[in-house]
Design a protein around this ligand. Sequence first.
Ligand SMILES: Nc1ncnc2c1ncn2[C@@H]1O[C@H](COP(=O)(O)OP(=O)(O)OP(=O)(O)O)[C@@H](O)[C@H]1O
Ligand SMILES: [Mg+2]
Length: 385
Amino acid sequence: MTIEAIKTGLSIRDISKSSDEVNASIDTSIESQSGVDDNMTIEATKTGLSICEVSKSFGEVKALINTSLEIKPGEFFTLLGPSGCGKTTLMRIIAGLELADTGTVLLSGKDISRLPANKRHVNTVFQSYALFPHLTVFENVAFGLRSRKVHKDEINQRVTEALTMVDLTGMADRLPQQMSGGQQQRVALSRALVNQPEVLLLDEPMSALDAKLRTQVQVELKRLHQRLGQTFILVTHDQDEALVVSDRIAVMNHGEIIQHGTPKEVYERPTCRFVAEFLGAANLISGIRAGNGVETEFGALQVVKEIPWQKGTLAIRPERVSIHDNQPEVNGVKARILDVIYLGSNVELLLDRGFRVRTDTHRLFTQGEEIWLSFPPERLVVLND
Ligand SMILES: Nc1ncnc2c1ncn2[C@@H]1O[C@H](COP(=O)(O)OP(=O)(O)OP(=O)(O)O)[C@@H](O)[C@H]1O
Ligand SMILES: [Mg+2]
């Protein structure tokens, strides 16, 4: 499909009565949506992104410290981390809404670090989805195309396509206030998709939704990604969301990427305490290296991985601890049940030695009961710190 060139900048400040913050978000999102070269042909281009040693400070605050990352073409990549760790700063640098102090951003191998936002083939969906309240769903999605004087027939076709992608075809004539939060969020998504960006940036797009809707939109987003095959970069501080939707996850803290890998890798093989604890619950056991095992307050524990320290920490997920009626042969620990938390399909046991264990409900557990636990050596993760 051929897309017309954009000759004019856009500001919608004049026509919107929303708050300054919302205006700014619309400005930047429309701005970054408008960047398409003359007669450029875009057909679900699969674009990779390289972030090379990017740093950014705001006064004393080091928002990003020497950050490097490779995002593969067509990948669903997630930046996960606590509030203030630099996720939005990194997204804004990718979108061209913020300039890095040092380092480069490459899109398909081309240095775009100094390109203005409207010249990058990148679109952003922000947390505040900022729809125009007085425009219909159709016109909200068409807004950027109309401003760029795209032909009427092409607008009709592309907006209809973009609304179909998010299952909103029947709602084109509604106003935003006649829709649920999740539906409005999908309009915002569709407004970004209509521009057929090579890379779609999603900065906490689901944080305004309630838990149930959030799960639904997550699944829809993942399906959409599979169908379109474009590169999606999502920002979230919700570890479950990251595990559900992503091909790969980068875990950030204090302006640095601590670990990246597939959801399974970062969940099952955290490299440090922070990742182990940020991605779900973890039992942490400190100890001292003793040959190929670790001496701990629970006795000697066998591990299968190499131990890079003299004194350090092992981790095991609550669902990886196994429960026995008799003393197990390897890595057995006796513990008393302090509390049994019923979770529907699972139960969580809180034990007197500070352990948490998650198991299915096939057996009845009672408070005060003593049970044997074992930490299977292949499930014990040797952390680096
Ligand atoms: N324009 C700015 N001026 C000053 N400090 C800023 C600015 N933007 C971000 N910061 C600071 O940089 C750090 C990283 O901010 P950023 O918005 O990237 O965090 P985040 O990971 O997106 O957090 P959240 O999950 O809360 O959105 C924070 O300490 C923040 O206060
Ligand atoms: Mg943020």
